[in-house]
Write a protein that binds this ligand. Sequence first.
Ligand SMILES: [Zn+2]
Length: 431
Amino acid sequence: MVAARRSRLPAPSSKRVIADLRELAARTSNERGAQRVAWGPVWREARAWFADKVRADLGLDTHTDPAGNVWTTLPGASPRSVVLGSHLDSVPGGGWLDGVLGVVAGIEALRRHAAAGTPPVTLHLVDWADEEGARFGRSLAGSAASAGSLDAAKELAHLVDRNGVKLPDAMRENGVDIARMGEAHAYLEERSPAAYLELHIEQGPVLESMQKPVGVVLGTMGVKRHMVRFEGQAVHAGATPIPLRRDAFLAAAEFALACREIGLSFSGRSPRKRVVATCGVVKVEPGFVTAVPGATEISLDLRALDEKVLRKMQSAAEKAARAAAKHNGCTVAWSPLLTIAPRPFDPVLLGLCAEAVAEVAGDAPELPSGPLHDAAEMAAIMPTVMVFAQSSPGISHTRLEDTPIPHLDKSVRAFLRLVEKTVAHVAAADA
Ligand SMILES: [Zn+2]
């Protein structure tokens, strides 16, 4: 290891971060909100702004990996590295913070460490490509390629947008060859990453309901998603007395109510034990006002941070479906839509994160993340943790998304403290 001359880090400040976020929003939003949809012209403009910013402020060049992720490197005394990341892309009509907050706060982390001389370990900042999947429907494409969990030929090659444009063509327009995306994993490994840190807006109402500005994210919840089909008998609504019906919608409705109870009963008091169960889609057949529904398909999305709990919720839901079917003289069949493993974050980094958040905000509330993030891909391959900034109102993927400035300030400063602590931790382990 090369000995580094190093002065003290400047005090953490959110001032330039907030100014940069406003500048980027002004350049890449219209009256309907942010328009930085991945692989499109406004996204490229956001990335060009980012590259100019790191060149002007840090004298650093950006590098694009084979999956289209953009890397900026502040070399340290050791090549062992801490990776900071999030995404500049947005949904159409998105907010001013989703994704960009983490990237722009990452620039400040690099500026802060550069100001103190050569850091003891290397810092990488990565802008993941196509986190949202807004145009082609596959989210986390860039980070999944980096994590080595993406089969691009199988998962991406066939995707087409609303205008008939193929994803491989949209990628080629941006210099990405879908056949080589898998090489992004080796690119990441060559950077000897020891930790991954991400700051993101919560996108939900939990911190706001607790009146807390910033939170420690325990991990991303696992997901089990199914379509459940109840089949009874379609009959004439006027001609068939209720006791003689086999109403598939009523079976689905009883099932939906039971799923709410499952969600409530499996949720413990601690944030680690919070779970959710959602029936978001119902399709009733034949769909006439004068017909008793003969078949009903209903979706169920179960989420929990603990794999065992998720499995128990699934069997409770299956039991509830059998009971609802029996009660209404129907049959029931399940078809899987999606399974995602829970990604609990690293205990050591969770400790450092709790310290950083408490130092800035007084205490360190914990919460799981229901939405997925690039951090979920990174957590599979290296110690990872996230910081959440409060959403107020607790909504996202709309131009109404916001974090009050005093809370944004605390979130950024907590993240900068977390970066500092993680750099020291990785340096100590590397020594
Ligand atoms: Zn996001």
